[in-house]
Design a protein. Structure first.
Length: 247
């Protein structure tokens, strides 16, 4: 049996300290943002912002590019495995982060950013945004965006509504916050189905420029992801972040 060397106490202490510092930063920004949102929530009810932008289901582009997207409210360990697959395949992706997940997984969040992937917003508590007011939409979205920025320094530019549910109030909130609403072209439905072959088929049927492929950190997604990447790359496509394709 291979002997595993113990982690030095000094290193363990350093890792715990780093984690504690990140946790403290996240807690501080959450409290601060909640207080701020409490202010503009009252003002927001009277906002007359017009909804100028439409949700993006597919990107109109001349580039042979497609976007892998992961909605994250769970599975920190699986996210790390996804990062390894992406690294080995020279592929980039956009991770739509749930705020409450970000609070508990700040180190993983930072690692996503350090690997060169895009971080985007998936709301704070996975609410039905189609049923929220403008102010409530702002609050859910802003808390999450501020958490991501506090940990990584990255400015969030995209929002994916949980379950794809959004309304005019969501559009107006995103307009006022400077965010684009992102949906998907191809849904793997990996949160429900465990057949990797089926997930690959859904993700790669009729490959086209500007495709947005939706996934989640699930064990079956790990099995399907290398094949999905391979099929796009063999078709001459590069896998980029959503914002890169939008440029």
């Amino acid at each position: 049996m291979k002997k595993v060397s113990p982690v030095p106490k000094a290193k363990k202490h350093s890792q715990r300290r780093f984690s504690d510092i990140l946790s403290a930063i996240v807690l501080t920004i959450t409290i601060s943002t909640l207080a701020t949102c409490g202010f503009f929530a009252v003002k927001g009810e009277k906002d007359s912002v017009s909804a100028s932008g439409s949700a993006i289901y597919k990107i109109q582009t001349e580039k042979d590019s497609a976007g892998l997207m992961f909605n994250v409210y769970e599975g920190a360990e699986i996210v790390l495995e996804i990062l390894e697959i992406l690294r080995n395949s020279s592929a980039k992706a956009t991770f739509f982060i749930g705020g409450i997940w970000a609070e508990k997984n700040s180190e993983t969040l930072l690692k996503i950013a350090m690997e060169g992937h895009e971080l985007a917003c998936h709301g704070y508590l996975h609410k039905d945004h189609s049923k929220l007011t403008i102010a409530q939409n702002k609050e859910e979205i802003a808390i999450c965006c501020n958490l991501i920025r506090a940990v990584t320094g990255e400015t969030v530019r995209l929002f994916a509504p949980p379950s794809g549910a959004y309304g005019e109030a969501t559009k107006k909130a995103c307009d006022s916050l400077g965010l684009k609403i992102i949906m998907w072209t191809k849904d793997t439905i990996d949160w429900r189905d465990s057949d990797a072959e089926l997930l690959v088929k859904r993700a790669t049927k009729n490959i086209a420029k500007g495709d947005l492929i939706l996934m989640h950190p699930k064990p079956q997604t790990l099995n399907a992801l290398p094949q999905i990447i391979k099929k796009y790359q063999e078709s001459g496509f590069s896998l980029q972040t959503v914002s890169e394709i939008l440029k």
